[in-house]
Design a protein around this ligand. Sequence first.
Ligand SMILES: [Zn+2]
Length: 678
Amino acid sequence: MDKSLFSRLSVITFCSVILVACDPKSNNSLPTNNNAESTRISNAVDGWDYSMAAEDLKNLCESVISDAKISLTNIENDKSKPTLQSVFGAYDSMGLQLQTIQHVWYMKSVHPDESIREVATKCAQDYSDFGTTIGLSRKFYDRVAAIDISDLSKTERLMVTRKLRDFRQAGVDKDQSTRDLVRSLSQEITEIGNNFDQTIREDTRYVETTIESLAGLPQDYIDAHPSDENGIIKISTDYPDYYPVMQYGHDDNLRRALHIAARSIGSPSNSLALKSLIEKRHELAILLGYKNYASMAMDGLMMGSPENAKSFLDELGLAVNKAAQKDLSILRDRLEKINPDAGVIQAWQSSYLSNLVRQEQYALDAKLVRQYFHFDKVQEGIFDLTESLFGVEIIPWETNTWHEDVTAWELREKNKVIGRFYLDMHPRENKYKHAAAWGLRSGLAGGQVPMSGLATNFPKGLMEHNQVETYLHEFGHLLHNMFSGTQDWLDITGMSMERDFVEAPSQMLEEWIWDLETLQSFATNDQGEAIPAALVQKMNRARNFTKAMGTAQQLFYGNISLAFYSTPPEELNLLSSLKILQSKYSPYPYVEGTYFYNNFGHLNGYSSNYYIYQWSLAIATDMFTRFEKEGIRNQDVADQYRQLIFGSAGSKPAEEFIEQFLGRPFSTDAYINYLNNL
Ligand SMILES: [Zn+2]
C-alpha cells in the first residue's frame, strides 16, 4: 500500500514491502526506559525475543491483532467529545499495541528458520488487513472529522487534515459495498505483492562454468569458488558472486550467461503475479475515483501527479542525454579493441568495460581500491563518521539475535540511549537479497527510543567501493529513523514525512564516502596504510565517468514503473512495453530471454513511484550545496541538518523544512546543472 492511500497503520504495510527505507511507524506498547542504566537488560522490553518458537510467534501475533481490534471498536463506539486527545490518544495507544509485532516484516526477510518466516509472513498479512480495516472505518473517520481544529497548532491541524485525506483516499466515504470491495482488493494486492517479493527472494539462479572462465577475477574470489570433482564451478546470482564477475571477468560468455540468469529471476511465475498486481491496483484506483493507480500513489506526495513525474523524468532525460552518449561511445571504442565487430554495448559488458577504461584512462584499478575496504573497517568508519558529525556514540547492545552474523547496537547521546539497531549484513540462504533498512519502531518526543534494522549482502572480507557507498546509504535510512523520533504523535513522528523525500538524506550522505579526510580515517589496507590521497583523487576523477549512462538507466527504470501503473492494464503487454521503453530510454538493447520486470521488486513496493530515486537525488544535490559551501564536516551545519531535516519528521511539509535548512525554496537547478555538466 502506498503512503498516500491509507492511515499510518497501512504505511507499515507499505514499509514492509518496499525494498529500501522501510517506514518505521509504530511504537512499543511496553514501557521503555530511556535511562542509560536500564538499557542493558532489556531484550524483553526493547528487543525482540528471537528465540521465540513459530507457534509462540503465531499466538502472539493473533492476540496482539485481536486486542487491537477491540481497541478499534472502542474508538468507534466512544461517545465522548471528539478532541485531539480523545481520538488521536486512543489511536496512538492502539498503534503502541501493534508495535509488539512490528518486527515481523523484518523477520520474514531475514530469519533463517523457514517456519518463523512463514508465520511472520502470515502475521504481516493480517497486520496489513487490519490496517485496511482501520482505513475503512467510517465511525473512526467521523470522529476525526468532528475534531474542532480551530484551536489546534499548525502541526496538529496538518496531522488531522492529512488523516482525513488518507481516510478519503482509502474510500471511507464510499458506500458499504464499495468499501467491502476496497477491503478485499487491498487484501489481494498485499498478498500478490508478498508472493511477488517472496518469489524474487527465494529464487537464486546459478551458472556453471570452469576455472578458465574466471580469468580476471581477484584471487580471493577464485579461492572462494573451488571446482567440484568434475571441474565445474557454480556461480550464483547473489550479489557477492554476481558483481565481481560483471566487473572483472574477462569471459564475455560468462558475464552474458550470468546477466541472463539474474534478469530471469522470478520467471515465469512473477509475470502473472505482476500482471494481476497491476490490474488489481488499477481497479482499486478507479473505484476510489482516480484515473489510474499512478495518480493515486502520487496523491499527497511532493510530486503530486504522474504528469509531474513524467515531465520531471523527461527534463532529466534531456539534461543527461549528451553525456550518456559520450559515455557509450567511450565504451564502444574500448570494446572494439577486444572485438572489432562487436558494435553495440550490451548490458553485461558495461561494468567490465567501464572498469577497464577506469584503469586505462583514469589509472583506477578497482582491485587496488578494494584492499582498503575490509568490511570491519568500513563499519567502524561509518560509526566514527556518525559519531563525529552528530555528536553521538555507538556501542554494542547486548540482546539476542537470529543469527551469529547479526550484531546489535545502541546509539547514545550524552550517555542517554536515543536509538537501537540491528545489522544483518552478510548473505546467507533464503535471506533478503538486496540492501534495505527496516523501521522497527519510531521514537516519540519524551518517550520511547526508535529502533531499526538493516539487511544487506556484503562480503565479510573486502568490499567494493560502491558497496561501501551502499552501506552508508542504508545507514543513512537508519539514522533518519534514529533522529526523527522528535514529535508527540505517532502520525507525525519518525519516518512520517512524504515518501518521496525519504531517499534524499541517504543519497546526500553518500557524498562523504568520496571525501578524502573521511576515507583516510578508516580505509586502511592489511599493512595498516591509509588509502593514498592520489588514489582517492583518481577515484573522484573517475566518479562521474558512466554516471550519465547510469542515470539514463535509472530513468528507464522510472519510466517502466510509471508506464506500468499509468497505462490501462488491458492495453499493457509487459514484455512488449519493456522492449519499447528499453529502446527509448536505456543505453543498452533488450537481451532475449530476460524478463527484468519479474525481478524488479520495486514494482511492488514503489509501484509507479520509482521516480523517487531521481527526485530525491535532486533534493540531495540541492541540500548538499550548504555542506559544499560551509564544509563537509561542519558540525553546525550537520546539527541544523539533524534538527531541521531529520527532526521535523512529518510535522510539516517536506518542502517547508528543506526551505528552512537551505534558507530558500528547493529547486531542481543544482541537479539539472550537474547532469548538464557531466
Ligand atoms: Zn535508500
